[in-house]
Every structure is written in C-alpha cells, then in structure tokens.
Design a protein around this ligand. Sequence first.
Ligand SMILES: NC(=O)c1ccc[n+]([C@@H]2O[C@H](COP(=O)([O-])OP(=O)(O)OC[C@H]3O[C@@H](n4cnc5c(N)ncnc54)[C@H](O)[C@@H]3O)[C@@H](O)[C@H]2O)c1
Length: 273
Amino acid sequence: MSNLLKDKICVITGAGRGIGQATAILFAKEGAKVLISDIDKKPLQETISLIENFNGTVKSFVGDVTKKSDCENIMKSAVDEFNADSIDVLCNIAGMTKDKMIHQMSQDDWDFIINLNLTGTFNCVQAASLYMRDLAKKEKDSGAINSRSIINISSTSARGNPGQINYASSKAGVEGLTKSVAKEWARFNIRCNAIAPGFIESRLTQPKKNEKDFGIPEEQKKAIDKLQLETGLAREHGKPVDVANVALFFASDLSSFVTGQVLTVSGGMIGSI
Ligand SMILES: NC(=O)c1ccc[n+]([C@@H]2O[C@H](COP(=O)([O-])OP(=O)(O)OC[C@H]3O[C@@H](n4cnc5c(N)ncnc54)[C@H](O)[C@@H]3O)[C@@H](O)[C@H]2O)c1
C-alpha cells in the first residue's frame, strides 16, 4: 500500500458490511484514521476487528443516518476520537433496497428508501458541514485551504429499473445532491463525487428464499449473473473492493481536480453502462 490517505480523518457510514466494510478496510490500509458507523453494532464490531488485525486506526459509532442527531454525533465523534478539528473525507455508503413493482409499492416502502438513501445522505453531508465547509471557510480566509472529499453511493438503477421505483428515485436524488454539493462547495476545495455500482456481491444482492430476507429472488440473481458473465468484463463478479478502489481514488489527491462526477462501476455489463 502507498499511504494515499495518511492520517486523513475519514468517516464511513454503512461500514458494517459489503461496500462500506471494504472501503473502511482499504482506507485504513492506506493510512487513514477511520471513524466507521453503521446502524448494526455486531457487523460494525467485525469491521473493527478486521482493521485492528493489521494495526489500522479505527473508531466507531453506532448510528442511524435517518436520524439527524445520530449524524451530528457520528461527525462529532470522528473529530473527538482522533483529537482533530477536521473531517477530510466523508463516505456516505449506508443504503438499502426494498423492491416492489409500482402497483404494489406501499407508501411505507417508498418513504423508507427515500429517507434512508437520499435523506440519510443529506443528513450526513449537513452534519459534516461544520468540520468540512465551515473549517475550509476559515482556512480560506487565512490563505491555506486543505483538500477535502465527499463520496456518495448512487447505483446504475438511478437510470430507472423495474421493481425499484423507490430505490431508483433515491439514487437519482443522490446524483443531484452530489452535483449540488460539488457546485456549492468547490470554492472551499471540497470535492463531491458519486459512484454508481452495478451488480456487486453483498447482502443486498444475495439470492433470497423468503420475501422478508435481504437480497433478490434466486431466479433474478441467476439472470443477472448470466448477463454479467456473458456481457461484462471477463473476470469474476463485482466485489465490494471494486467499489472501494474507486472510493479511494475519489478520497485521495489522485482526484484533486475532479468534482461533481458519477463513476459507474459495473464491469461493463450490458444495460448497466
Ligand atoms: N451491492 C450492489 O450491487 C449495489 C449496487 C449499487 C449500489 N449499492 C449501494 O451501495 C451501498 C452499500 O450497499 P451494500 O451492497 O454494501 O449493502 P450491505 O447491506 O452489505 O451494506 C449496507 C450497510 O448499511 C447499513 N445501514 C442500513 N440502514 C442504515 C441506517 N439507517 N443507518 C446506518 N447504516 C445503515 C446496514 O446495516 C449495512 O451494514 C448502498 O447505498 C447500496 O444502495 C449497492
């Protein structure tokens, strides 16, 4: 590893599983001080152990991104735990699906997903503002402004997907949010980009047997696997680390002149690019 994030204070939500966990591990390997958060305590503990195994620097805060006060406490604990005043990188990864066809989508399922994926991302950006935008403003006034980065997670479903009207709308919203933050905060040297993963193996995409389980129906999973293998890059399926690698690019100075972008990470599967 090349210490691309040496001593950077990085906050990562949804870090108990999947893409969030892979991102937390990669960032810690790159020298970051990671404050990881998730609504579920047990998987968060697993991420902590995985990072501590290689002596990475990690602290955690159990929180729900749909609650404004939790988001404020996540950001505050990042600066308090690392005795810092700045958040250098914010990765908004917490998110979920609750798929239904339009005629079957309940108001609760609509509200739940918009609230988690879109409002949750907004809540975190706003809560981090104190340690990103406000601090950058002071630095600008004194003439030495640091580089900071926000990374949001969209989806290839943002372009519309049957059975995902709530999810697609929430992720399209995340893309609008990303470009708005990019435009508003560029003058403070805060970049804001999004990643649009295609089909990545995680709890969200595992084959499920029962309606209430996490994942997608087995038949649908088989069809997507087939399409990925037949039309995507000739390699194994998308893994959380494939997304984490792109998050690292956006978090580090490698992307220091890139903002307001949405980068698709789908292995080129037809229908996803
Ligand atoms: N897996 C894919 O194929 C795929 C594709 C496109 C986008 N995404 C997006 O990537 C992100 C991560 O998904 P994943 O595939 O790693 O899923 P995952 O279920 O493995 O991880 C999501 C994590 O978010 C946490 N979370 C859920 N609700 C929360 C809340 N209210 N507050 C805080 N944490 C909460 C969960 O506990 C979980 O640990 C999501 O935003 C998802 O929409 C995933």
